[in-house]
Design a binder for this molecule. Structure first.
Ligand SMILES: Nc1nc2c(ncn2[C@@H]2O[C@H](COP(=O)(O)OP(=O)(O)OP(=O)(O)O)[C@@H](O)[C@H]2O)c(=O)[nH]1
Ligand SMILES: [Mg+2]
Length: 480
């Protein structure tokens, strides 16, 4: 049992964008003095942020719903709706964020301050004030907000301890880990109780770091005795080494020498870029201090001379606080040394890159019943469709203009479309279906020519709304 929560799945629900407002400014003698509907606010995103003072993921409940606030709708008098607040999930350094469904790695958060957008908030819709132009002075529509993303993610902490407890079997390593941290390792009055490493989060001065209890080493471990090689492999990259020595078993200084000899013996097997054991930061912990007197402790300490030695008792809870701070000191020093080689990695936001994408595709599709249609899809097309209020003819006209400006019509023509042929816009399962008519996507000139253009009424809209059929209408037609 590690005692560390190293993997947890979360549900992320970003906030929806608020709808834009359709409002008209009224002035004395001028009932339609112009558009005044405000924009909807953007929905909040769910953000995974890497912070320094966390050691594991235990603060997160599995299956927890991380829900960001939706943006407010726009209001009259050009009042924009407020943006929804982001929901920030704090995770420790070394957390890997994965999309649970696709298994895709979204980010590998390796330093404090780094963050990733797990679920992007919806966009606020523009109000009719923002949509008004010189040729469409008072649009009778606004854009709808788009939905926030929903995603299930898995957070996994790549276990890498800052400090390793190494010592002979039965030295009291697991007892010490249990006393210092949240871990609950097995403790036993016999050697080799621990057969695989245990990890625990130790907190001192508001900062957490990870300590690993390595199975007991014996004389000859570096030659493979007692699974020694397997155990030593675990400490290949741990920057701080704490030697746990029980002075009641053997002369502590000779035990220290044995442990050093084993580390030295393993040195040839260290990966090339790993720091040699001899250069790592070290501390000697004399365990079970409740079993011997203070004077004995002092004389043991003297034996170690320069090498810093501290006495603790896991059972009597003595010297633990001092030990925590001594370890923290070394961990901080080690981090600072490592920091010199740390490269600045940019904040990862895979969704940001996607958000600006104006890519779309036109594909010719057919089904077994002889149906044929042109599928127009892409990130931007889906956003446009979602933003459109299809019950409002003007809004549909505006969609036509946007599609024309994007070059959808050109591509359809190049793909060989003929008047009357079917076009499906957006997500295939929820596609908006209409029959193509070259004048439909012809652009703004229709707007200006419209006699009712004061309020932006688009002359083409009747036509479009008639040609757009619902799915059930289509099915009925096909049956005929
Ligand atoms: N009196 C006393 N006994 C302790 C103390 N710490 C550990 N012990 C005892 O020492 C024995 C070994 O403790 P563990 O914590 O299992 O030792 P370990 O180093 O993890 O042993 P392995 O996993 O076998 O390598 C147990 O019986 C503990 O109760 C202490 O501070 N005081
Ligand atoms: Mg143990």
């Amino acid at each position: 049992m590690t005692g560390l929560v190293d993997k947890v799945s979360l549900r992320c629900s970003a906030g929806d964008g608020g709808n834009g407002e359709t409002a008209v400014r009224r002035m004395k003698g001028k009932p339609f003095a112009g558009a005044s509907g405000g924009n909807g606010g953007d929905g909040g995103s769910v953000i995974i942020r890497c912070v320094e003072n966390l050691a594991d993921l235990s603060s997160l409940k599995p299956g927890f719903l991380a829900k960001a606030k939706s943006g407010e709708c726009g209001k009259g008098s050009m009042h924009n709706g407020a943006d929804g607040q982001d929901f920030v999930v704090k995770v420790p350094v070394g957390t890997v964020v994965e999309d649970s469904l696709s298994g895709e790695t979204m980010a590998d958060l390796s330093y404090a301050g780094q963050e990733v957008v797990a679920a992007k908030g919806g966009r606020g819709g523009k109000g009719n004030f923002a949509l008004s132009t010189s040729s469409r002075k008072a649009p009778g529509f606004a854009l709808k907000g788009t939905r926030g993303e929903e995603k299930e993610i898995t957070l996994e902490l790549k276990l890498s301890a800052s400090c390793a407890l190494i010592g002979l079997p039965n030295a009291g390593k697991s007892s010490l880990l249990a006393a210092l941290s949240n871990a609950k390792p097995q403790i036993g009055d016999w050697p080799f109780t621990t057969l695989s490493p245990n990890l625990g989060a130790v907190s001192a001065g508001g900062v957490s770091f990870t300590v690993e209890d390595v199975p007991g080493l014996i004389d000859g471990a570096s030659l493979g005795k007692g699974l020694g090689l397997e155990f030593l492999r675990h400490i290949e990259r741990i920057p701080v080494l704490a030697f746990v020595i029980d002075p009641t078993q053997q002369d502590p200084f000779s035990v220290y020498k044995t442990l050093e000899k084993e580390l030295e013996g393993y040195s040839g097997r260290l990966p090339k870029n790993a720091k040699p054991f001899s250069e790592r930061l070290k501390i000697v912990i004399l365990s079970k201090a409740d079993l011997y007197g203070k004077e004995d402790l002092e004389s043991f300490k003297r034996e170690f001379g320069e090498a810093k030695a501290v006495g603790v008792s896991a059972c009597a809870h003595e010297g633990l606080k001092e030990l925590k701070f001594a370890l923290l000191d070394l961990v901080k020093k080690a981090k600072a040394e490592e920091g010199e080689n740390l490269q600045e990695v940019p904040v990862i936001d895979p969704l940001k890159a996607k958000r600006g994408s104006k890519d779309f595709s036109v594909k010719i599709r057919s089904d077994s019943q002889g149906g044929m249609w042109f599928e127009v899809d892409g990130e931007i097309i889906r956003v446009f469709v979602e933003q459109t209020d299809f019950s409002n003819d003007e809004a549909v006209g505006y969609l036509s203009d946007r599609l024309a400006a994007l070059g959808v019509e050109d591509l359809l023509i190049r793909a060989g479309i003929k008047p009357g042929e079917e076009v499906r816009l957006g997500k295939p399962e929820e596609a908006v279906i209409f029959n193509w008519n070259p004048s439909l996507l012809a652009g703004k000139k229709h707007m200006a020519a419209s006699p009712s253009s004061v309020r932006g009424k688009d002359e083409r809209l009747e036509g479009l709304s008639r040609t757009r059929r619902t799915n059930s209408q289509r099915r009925r037609e096909r049956k005929r």
